[in-house]
Design a protein around this ligand. Sequence first.
Ligand code: DX5
Ligand code: ZN
Length: 221
Amino acid sequence: MIAPSILSADFATLADEAAAVGDADWLHVDVMDNHFVPNLTIGLPVVQSLLKHTDIPMDCHLMIENPERWAPGYAEAGAYNVTFHAEATDNPVGVARDIRAAGARAGLSVKPGTPIEPYLEILREFDTLLIMSVEPGFGGQKFIPEVLPKVETVRRLVDAGELTVLVEIDGGINADTIEQAAEAGVDCFVAGSAVYSAEDPAAAVESLRRRAAAAARHLRI
Ligand code: DX5
Ligand code: ZN
């Protein structure tokens, strides 16, 4: 699955930018509060408006403090998946339950330096795990391959039937890096600059999808 990140799109024409990614699987929306990360993007009112203009399932990535307070609102608004950061709360299970109760899938995200082991036990409360492959806050950064062992760890547990979580990766994904992520076992690839800096964003989505599928196929042979 490919999830274009509108962080790299033109914020003045978001409805058109959502339409430009063709049959992307999810539309990734980065919510930043200038506290959890040193950048400020959009919040619930813009998400509510954009939801009226796209049928692509919306994947909200909350890089914010106090997700207890804010995350359920995105689920109530109609986001398909709502992901918050493990580093931002002492009660990730409570937040996940509130998101699910409000009608969305719940996602947990970890920064590049955050180990996954302390969270393995609670992953059964989540639908997605978003592994950051750059420091959260900005698009266009360089992929950090050192996070891939986290992908492999969770992939093994999913393949063994111990977890059912979808493994998503976010940051620095492009034609040069997507294959190694696919080989490690990623299910869903967020791509911002690689999609929106392309002349044809829909074609970029298709080409990334083909590369990932080919790498994953190679893995299974
Ligand atoms: C960064 C965001 C990403 C960002 C990825 O904090 O979470 O979703 O848009 O951008 P690229 O694909 O350009 O690294
Ligand atoms: Zn993101």
